[in-house]
Every structure is written in C-alpha cells, then in structure tokens.
Design a protein around this ligand. Structure first.
Ligand SMILES: Cc1cc2nc3c(=O)[nH]c(=O)nc-3n(C[C@H](O)[C@H](O)[C@H](O)COP(=O)(O)O)c2cc1C
Length: 227
C-alpha cells in the first residue's frame, strides 16, 4: 500500500474568511451574479483574449475529482478552420436528431427553447472549448489507470468553467450535438476519451435573446428541504 502524507491546511494559501454578515453577503453577491448567467445562442464576432480562456480552464482544473485523477481534457478551438469543421459535422448530426432520431418526447421538451439543427454560433463565437471525459488516466501524465466518478468529476469542472467565464464577463452556451464521437477524430483525441459538451464562448450579439422558458427557475423551497 502506498504511504499517505498530509500537509497542515494552515500552511496552504488561505480560503476566504468572513466576519459576521460578510459571509452571507459574499454568497448573496455571488448568487446575484449567477442570476445574470444565461445560455446565449447568438454570439458576436468580437474577439476574446486567450488569457481569459486559459485562466478559466485553470479554475476548472481545480474541481474535485474521483481519487484526484482529474479525468478531464479541454480542447480549445480558436482557428476558423477547426470551428468550421466542427460546425459542419455537428449540423449533420443535429439534422438527423431534429428529423426524428431524438424521439418526440425530447423534441417536445426542446420546443420552448426554439433550437434547431442550424448552429452558426460554432463559427461566429471566438472560442469553442470541447470538454472531454477520460475513462482512463490518473494523476501522472503517463498513468493508465481506471478513473472513477468520471461524469460527476467532469460535470463539476465544467460547472466551474462556466462560472469562471461568466465572472470574466463572457457569454457561454453549453452545446451537446448528439452524438459527439466526431469530435475525437476532429481533435485527435484517443478513444478512451468521450466528448461531454462543447462550451461556446464569446460576447453576446447586440440583438441576442433568451427563451422565456429558460428564465423560469425552481424556487429554493422546490429544490431544498432541511432534514
Ligand atoms: C448538459 C447540457 C446540455 C445542453 N445542450 C444544449 C444544446 O445542445 N443546445 C442548446 O442550445 N442548449 C443546450 N443546453 C442549454 C440549456 O438549454 C439551458 O441551460 C437551459 O435552457 C437553461 O437556460 P440557462 O442556461 O440560460 O439558465 C444544455 C445544457 C446542459 C446543462
């Protein structure tokens, strides 16, 4: 069995500490900021500094993960050619999806959002971040171990990525063309990785809209109960 060593928490950079009401105020300010996050589907061509993307991915990489294997990989696409290829392949899959492959119940669920097979934002937005989940890997780059709670871990990292991008003033769309296997080939990723989502990043178009349906959020009473 490998020996485990620990370091005192007190020796690490300090986490936020608040006096009195400041803790509640800090969380409320953050909650209010998160109320201004909306999935955007109309992007402007305004460029975004790559440093913002790198800093956000660095934040995402600090998510907790099963056995600390950090089973994620973020393929950042900024070139027009790769974005065009992803758009073409995604729209092909999406045409089949909306033409019936999805099934009526799923299409009915999507109807109030108003999406269809056309995905111009995949070329318009300055960045596409393709988030891959790694079935195998480990802490060291050369490791080939089984990863655990991969979907949960990558979901957490993606949530932190969306949050960091929002805090940086960037608009995002979580896009999941179905299926996403084409992304392994397009981005030269191994078959042990599975693309989980494309996070489209940029500035919203001046005339961007959001579906009314997406503004309806469950109340605290509906999503929480004290036991
Ligand atoms: C896992 C996941 C997959 C999604 N896939 C798509 C998608 O393929 N296309 C799309 O337009 N929106 C997609 N969305 C965005 C949702 O439609 C959106 O989050 C929801 O309507 C709530 O809106 P809000 O993000 O503005 O709060 C996805 C969201 C999640 C979490």
């Amino acid at each position: 069995m490998t020996e485990h060593t620990h370091v005192p928490l007190a020796d690490l950079p300090p986490a936020p500490q608040h006096d009195g009401d400041e803790a509640l105020n800090a969380i409320r300010r953050f909650a209010d900021t998160m109320k201004t996050r909306h999935t955007i589907r109309d992007f402007s061509e305004e460029p975004v500094e790559r440093a913002l993307i790198e800093a956000a991915v660095e934040a995402a990489g600090r998510a907790p993960s099963g056995a600390n294997h950090q089973p994620w990989f973020f393929a950042v696409c900024e070139g027009q050619d790769i974005k065009r290829r992803i758009r073409e392949a995604a729209e092909e899959e999406e045409r089949a999806f909306y033409d019936g492959k999805a099934g009526q119940e799923w299409l009915d669920a999507l109807a109030p959002i108003g999406t269809d097979a056309s995905k111009p934002f995949l070329e318009t937005a300055p960045y596409l971040i393709v988030c891959f989940a790694q079935k195998r890997g480990g802490l060291e780059a050369s490791d080939d171990k089984k990863n655990y709670y991969v979907t949960e871990s990558v979901g957490l990292a993606c949530g932190m990525l969306l949050t960091a991008l929002h805090l940086g003033g960037l608009a995002t769309l979580t896009h999941t063309p179905n299926p996403m296997k084409f992304l392994n080939e397009a981005l030269d990723r191994p078959s042990t990785e599975k693309a989980m989502m494309i996070i489209v990043v940029g500035k919203p178009a001046a005339d961007a809209t959001v579906p009314e349906h997406a503004l309806k959020k469950k109340t605290l009473d509906e999503i929480m109960r004290i036991y």
